[in-house]
Structures are given as structure tokens and as C-alpha cells.
Design a protein around this ligand. Structure first.
Ligand SMILES: NC(=O)c1ccc[n+]([C@@H]2O[C@H](COP(=O)([O-])OP(=O)(O)OC[C@H]3O[C@@H](n4cnc5c(N)ncnc54)[C@H](OP(=O)(O)O)[C@@H]3O)[C@@H](O)[C@H]2O)c1
Length: 274
């Protein structure tokens, strides 16, 4: 069994997962890093790059079994893989809805099921779920993404109440706008999911312009978030939620505590900007 700390990171080929893989490896952790584009995972000492599709049970099982066989322990699972299946709720196909929930929610849940027996036997371990401030707030055209992130938050909280008795924790990191491929993929999906002659076209055009402006002012880098993951992995007493910025924390708080007012603000924003 290795004497290094061991972390499993999903979605390690880009953005925050890529940055986290580098950061944990540089800080001496043994990293099992998974993604579909395995060739894009950082090639570093301490990094074992593995093909992983979190929507595929056999792939999830193979990812975890490889780590247990080679390292003999698992200290942290970082459920990071995800994307935005954006598009109007009336028009996103059910096949794409399932793909969104399989990737952003059920993949994480299944990986947790596979790592927990090992963590329980160790009497230690942590599951970090990369959610979003979109786990508390929302906007038009991202419905299934927000549903998946809201559900991931609740799933993490329930899991935390079940596994603390074994010395284990499940926590959420909730990033706001962060530099990565995420925005580009979400925008591509809006267009893909829009039907010909869609009545939502003007809303999509307005939202795209707004998102472009918001992305320009993206405050955080992927490395910033990797450092938040590191805190979540190593804090002696971990928090239930981690935010990168005070603004992210405040927006989430407002949407959660003043849900009616938030909904009104969103409708006003649609009327005036979209
Ligand atoms: N960027 C933001 O503004 C932002 C804000 C809040 C939350 N988030 C969340 O942060 C997480 C990381 O996203 P990012 O911003 O770093 O975006 P990104 O650069 O697009 O990276 C997404 C990663 O997820 C992986 N992935 C997607 N589907 C997968 C699948 N089926 N199986 C395995 N891996 C899969 C991708 O790898 P492959 O394609 O190679 O498989 C890629 O490595 C996501 O959960 C996202 O929802 C992002």
C-alpha cells in the first residue's frame, strides 16, 4: 500500500479537473485521473491517467478498482466531470436530458458507491462534489444543468449525514464563472438543442450576448478552483460548502434564502436584457 495520499479526479482532461490533477500531483499526492480524452490528462509523475466515461458503469468500476489495486487506499474522490446541456426545457430531447443527469449526477453517485466500502474499511475518506452556484440559483435555458446541480447538492448533504458515523465526509464546492471549456460547450449545446423555427430563438440570442459579457468578466481561473478543492480535501474539519469568492457565496445565499425575490429578479432580467 502506498504511503502517499491518494485522490481520484474525474474530468481531468480540461479546466478545473486538469488544474486539480496538476496541483495535487505537485503537492505529492498520488492522482488517479480520469476522462474520455485520456491523452489530454497531464502527463506527470504521480499521475495515473485512465480512460473514464462517468456515464458508463463498467468504466466507473474499472477506474475505482484500478486505484484500489495499485494504491491500496483512497483518501479523496473528487467528482468534477460535468458539462451544461443548455437549451429550452420544451425542446431539449429526453436523450440529452438523460445524458446530462447521467454525467453530472448519477456518475458521481455511482463512483461514490464504488469508493465507500474502501473508505469505510479505512475509517477515513472524503468525497468532494464539484457543483456550482447553479446548485442554488438558475437562469433560463440551463434548466437541466441547474436541476442536476441542485440535486447533487442535496445528494451530497444526505450522504454526509449517512457516512459521518464512519469518519467520512461528503462536501460541495460551488464555483461561479470560471475560465474553462465549460461556457463554449454550453453555448454549442443551446444551438444543438434548438428546433428549427424555435420560438425561443430571440431568448437564445439575448442570453448568448449576456453570457458573452458575463464570461468576459469571469473572475476565477481553473487553478483558483483547484486550490479550493485542495482546501476541501485537507481541512481538518471540512465545511459542507466551499465557495471561491464572497460574491459567489452571497449570490447563492440570496437565491436560497430569498427564493421568491430571486425568481422575480430573474423574470425582470429576462424582460429587460433578454
Ligand atoms: N467553468 C465554470 O464556469 C463552472 C462553474 C460552475 C461549475 N462548473 C462545473 O465544474 C466542473 C468542471 O468543469 P470545467 O469548468 O472545468 O469545464 P471543462 O473545461 O469543460 O471540463 C469538463 C471535464 O469534464 C469531463 N467530462 C465531461 N463528460 C464526461 C464523461 N461523460 N465522463 C468523464 N469525464 C467527462 C471532460 O473530459 P472529457 O471530455 O475528456 O471526458 C473535462 O475534463 C463541471 O462539473 C462544471 O459543471 C463549471
Amino acid at each position: 500500500m502506498t504511503n502517499q495520499n491518494v485522490i481520484l479526479i474525474t474530468g481531468a482532461s480540461s479546466g478545473m479537473g486538469y488544474a486539480a490533477t496538476k496541483l495535487f500531483a505537485e503537492r505529492g499526492w498520488q492522482v488517479f485521473a480520469g476522462a474520455r480524452r485520456v491523452e489530454k490528462i497531464p502527463q506527470l509523475t504521480n499521475v495515473r491517467a485512465l480512460p473514464l466515461d462517468v456515464t458508463d458503469s463498467a468504466s466507473n468500476q474499472n477506474f475505482v478498482t484500478t486505484a484500489i489495486t495499485e494504491a491500496g487506499r483512497i483518501d479523496v474522490l473528487l467528482n468534477n466531470a460535468g458539462y451544461g446541456e443548455f437549451g429550452p426545457l420544451e425542446e431539449v430531447s429526453m436523450a440529452n436530458v438523460r445524458k446530462q443527469l447521467d454525467t453530472n449526477l448519477l456518475g458521481a453517485a455511482e463512483l461514490a458507491q464504488f469508493v465507500l466500502p474502501t473508505m469505510r474499511a479505512q475509517g477515513s475518506g472524503r468525497i468532494i462534489n464539484n457543483s456550482s452556484i447553479g446548485g442554488d440559483l438558475y437562469s433560463p435555458l440551463g434548466g437541466w444543468y441547474y436541476v442536476a446541480k441542485h440535486a447533487l447538492n442535496t445528494w451530497s448533504d444526505v450522504l454526509d449525514t449517512e457516512i459521518r458515523q464512519f469518519g467520512l465526509r461528503s462536501v460541495v464546492v460551488a464555483p461561479g464563472g470560471t475560465e474553462s471549456s465549460w461556457g463554449e460547450i454550453a453555448l454549442k449545446n443551446v444551438t444543438k438543442n434548438l428546433k428549427a423555427d424555435s420560438p425561443y430563438q430571440p431568448m437564445v440570442d439575448g442570453t448568448m450576448q449576456l453570457m458573452d459579457r458575463l464570461t468576459e468578466s469571469s473572475s476565477a481561473t481553473a487553478l483558483d478552483l483547484a486550490k479550493v478543492f485542495y482546501r476541501a480535501a485537507t481541512d481538518r474539519l471540512p465545511h459542507r460548502r466551499y465557495y471561491y469568492s464572497v460574491a459567489d457565496r452571497m449570490m447563492s445565499h440570496f437565491a436560497r434564502v430569498h427564493a421568491g425575490a430571486f425568481h422575480q429578479v430573474m423574470n425582470l432580467a429576462v424582460k429587460h436584457f433578454i
